[in-house]
Design a binder for this molecule. Structure first.
Ligand SMILES: Cc1ncc(COP(=O)(O)O)c(C=O)c1O
Length: 361
């Protein structure tokens, strides 16, 4: 077989390691009932209204989807009080991040990304040949002071708030000062995949109106419970989105995903139940950590980073044997930590019992 030369940028990429699928763990450990608390999905499932909308839209799948997800963009524009063309919908917010790289990053450009955060910022940068300045976290969140020093000449800066995997946020005051100091030709992307869970406040949309170089990305995968359908969106000026429409596939968000996202957005009750469940679960898990004498990072998201004070690998293995999948911290450079998604009360109890067994057994 001939050797087909792969782009060096691609050869250097590190594979994304997802949370382990339930089926895998069931098979490996011979378990019928496995709980996945590893990928920050919605433990209450999708909104029943979204599921009904999927059923209804099933009759239309022989027709191509509306390419720009117009109805969904209109609903999001009304929700966020921004013009319709400020919204771009993507196949997950991951697609928006990648399209930003495809449209704006030239080989040899510099990007600034947080270390100990979501790995896609680096992956998108490297795919398009950027030189990446990685800035370690400061107090579990973005080190904006260092980032701003690296901003002149950078093409793109990625921030995560709430940050995955720590759940820490950037305060509005801090971010306002940061944006005031970043050169206007440097694009700033704030990934807000967990925004709906964030109770710290902050007028992010107001900031968007002030700064032409600011982009917010959000998703239907987390609080809206549609991770399997792949719908996310970005909010920014239309001039920022125009080149992305040129490089993207014409029909990236499928008919079922568009219908479900629209229905999920309108189901305020399901969102409220999701947020209430998260609040209670967060308090329960924080108490558990206190009882076990474990440090956990205060979170504004739907997951909790817990420091076990010992290598997490064997504990994760024990949790798997008990049918609970969590994310080991190794991939985030925290070998003594686990990241656990906040589940239903039943799932949280199951995790608590398994973790107690591992730590005290
Ligand atoms: C910080 C962060 N950004 C983006 C994503 C991707 O979300 P989506 O499902 O919208 O592609 C995730 C998913 O885990 C995430 O944690």
């Amino acid at each position: 077989m001939p050797v087909f030369p792969v782009r060096p940028e691609v050869v250097r990429l590190r594979p994304y390691v997802p949370g382990r699928p339930i089926g895998d763990v069931q098979q490996q450990y011979g378990l019928a009932d496995v709980v996945k608390l590893a990928s920050n999905e919605n433990p209450l499932g999708a909104s029943p209204r979204a599921v009904a909308a999927i059923r209804q839209a099933a009759g239309e799948v022989h027709i191509y989807p509306e390419g720009s997800a117009r109805a969904l963009r209109q609903a999001l524009s009304a929700r966020h009080d921004v013009p319709e063309d400020w919204i771009m919908v993507g196949n997950g917010s991951d697609e928006i991040l990648k399209l930003l790289g495809a449209a704006y990053v030239r080989a040899g450009d510099r990007t600034v990304v947080p270390g100990g955060s979501f790995p896609n910022y680096r992956a998108v940068s490297e795919l398009f040949g950027a030189i990446v300045d990685e800035v370690p976290l400061l107090e579990e969140s973005m080190d904006l002071r260092t980032m701003v020093r690296l901003a002149p000449g950078a093409r793109l800066i990625f921030l995560s708030s709430p940050n995955n995997p720590t759940g820490a946020v950037v305060s509005e005051a801090e971010f306002r000062a940061f944006m005031g100091a970043v050169p206007p030709e440097t694009l700033v992307v704030v990934d807000q995949a967990y925004h709906e869970f964030d109770e710290s406040g902050g007028d992010w949309l107001g900031l968007l109106r002030l700064h032409e170089n600011l982009i917010l990305t959000r998703t239907f995968s987390k609080a809206y419970g549609l991770a399997g359908l792949r719908v996310g969106y970005g909010i920014a000026r239309p001039e920022i989105w125009q080149p992305l429409y040129l490089v993207r596939e014409p029909f990236t968000v499928n008919t079922l995903a568009q219908a479900a996202a629209l229905a999920a957005l309108e189901d305020r009750e399901h969102l409220a139940a999701t947020l209430a469940n998260n609040r209670d679960g967060k308090a329960f898990l924080a108490r558990l950590c206190e009882q076990l004498g474990l440090h956990c990072i205060p979170t504004q998201a739907n997951f909790l980073m817990i420091d076990l004070g010992r290598p997490a690998g064997p504990v994760c293995e024990g949790l798997l044997r008990a049918g609970v999948i969590v994310r080991p911290g190794t991939g985030f450079g925290r070998p003594s930590c686990i990241r656990v998604t906040i589940g239903t009360p039943e799932q949280n109890h199951r995790f608590a019992t398994a973790l107690r067994g591992e730590m005290q057994g």
